[in-house]
Design a binder for this molecule. Structure first.
Ligand code: CUA
Length: 158
């Protein structure tokens, strides 16, 4: 093998192995470890969102001793419900969809932060380890009432 071929091979091998390594990491994290974006857990007709289960009955439900589920309908320009009360230490799963345009959901002090798209059901879970009030806001501009679209999670002390 000539010297320039060795040099070329020294570049070809890493430039192939790096994307292959990335692809392996992607496949392992998505299928092996179950990592995914907190969206696309289901679809529905956004025009019928308010009549479609579970969004026909939005609210907070206790699942077990320290686990709660919040079914929340997002629409211009409010969340329903817009006030969630849970005791400190609770693990809360938020399930939401948009009945009209693109909204967002961000909850202060948690990693809940995603887009809420019409036709798509989104879900994310957070544990509230400290008592207090945590703002939840729409963070996608959704029209003239966007700035009023907010609510709060009230975490009560034991
Ligand atoms: Cu909904 Cu901004």
């Amino acid at each position: 093998m000539q010297r320039d071929q060795v040099f070329e091979l020294a570049w070809i091998l890493p430039s192939v192995s790096i994307p292959v390594g990335m692809l392996v990491a992607l496949v392992v994290s998505a299928y092996g470890m179950g990592m995914h974006v907190p969206t696309h857990v289901g679809t529905l007709d956004p025009k019928l969102a308010a009549q479609t289960a579970p969004f026909d009955n939005p609210g907070v439900r206790q699942i077990s001793a320290d686990r709660y589920e919040v079914v929340m309908l997002s629409q211009i320009w409010f969340f329903r419900p817009n006030e969630v009360r849970v005791p400190v230490g609770s693990e809360v799963t938020f399930i939401t969809t948009s009945a009209d345009v693109m909204h967002g959901l961000k909850i202060q002090g948690t990693n809940v932060n995603f887009m809420v798209l019409p036709g798509q059901i989104s879900r994310a879970t957070a544990r509230f380890k400290e008592a207090g009030e945590f703002l939840l806001v729409c963070h996608e501009y959704c029209g003239v009432g966007h700035q009023t679209m907010s609510g709060k999670v009230i975490v009560s002390p034991p």
